[in-house]
Design a protein around this ligand. Structure first.
Ligand SMILES: [Zn+2]
Length: 179
């Protein structure tokens, strides 16, 4: 468990980060996002714009949205970490209950997980790298609607193809060892 002094230290660190992120989210909402495309590209040149420029503008806006969402997500994590400071559970991994390295807390004070669990959680969060066996064994949560099952069929087909790799790998593929 963290000493009281360290706890106060991390609490301050989290509060500073919270203020910073709140500011960031706020300025992104006031600035980039609420500004219409007309404003940011310039009204007069709007019609003269090459379609590629518009595409780029859309891309930039998409990036703004992604950055804002990321900042919001981080802000929520900081708030949750502050809650854990209040609860007296801060510094413990929310998954395995082990103490999180202080070095790690220093670098990412809002982290809910130890490094090992972080990696596990990241793995779980990426269905494409899940072992194929697991997909077969684990039943889907809830009933799939027609549309969803069609989507998953598509995924399975893609994964089957992807497992064989690119056409370059396919040349070396020798399932029966007869080559
Ligand atoms: Zn853990």
């Amino acid at each position: 468990m963290l000493e009281q002094g360290r706890l106060v230290y991390f609490r301050e660190k989290l509060l500073a980060k919270k203020r910073e992120l709140e500011q960031q989210v706020k300025s992104m909402e006031e600035g980039g996002l609420h500004q219409s495309m007309r404003d940011s590209t310039g009204e007069l040149s709007f019609c003269d714009n090459h379609p590629a420029d518009m595409g780029n503008e859309l891309f930039e806006r998409g990036k703004d949205v992604a950055l804002r969402d990321q900042a919001r997500l981080q802000l929520r994590q900081v708030e949750e970490a502050l809650q854990r400071v209040e609860d007296g559970t801060y510094g413990r991994c929310q998954r395995c209950g082990q103490a999180i390295d202080e070095e790690r807390l220093e670098a990412v004070p809002e982290t809910p997980y130890c490094l090992t669990c972080r990696r596990e959680v990241e793995k779980e969060g990426r269905p494409r790298v899940r072992p194929v066996e697991e997909e077969v064994i684990r039943p889907p949560f809830g009933k799939l609607t027609g549309d969803e099952s069609a989507f998953f069929d598509g995924e399975d087909t893609w994964q089957t193809v992807a497992r064989f790799g690119t056409s370059g790998d396919l040349a070396d593929w020798d399932p029966d060892g007869e080559l």
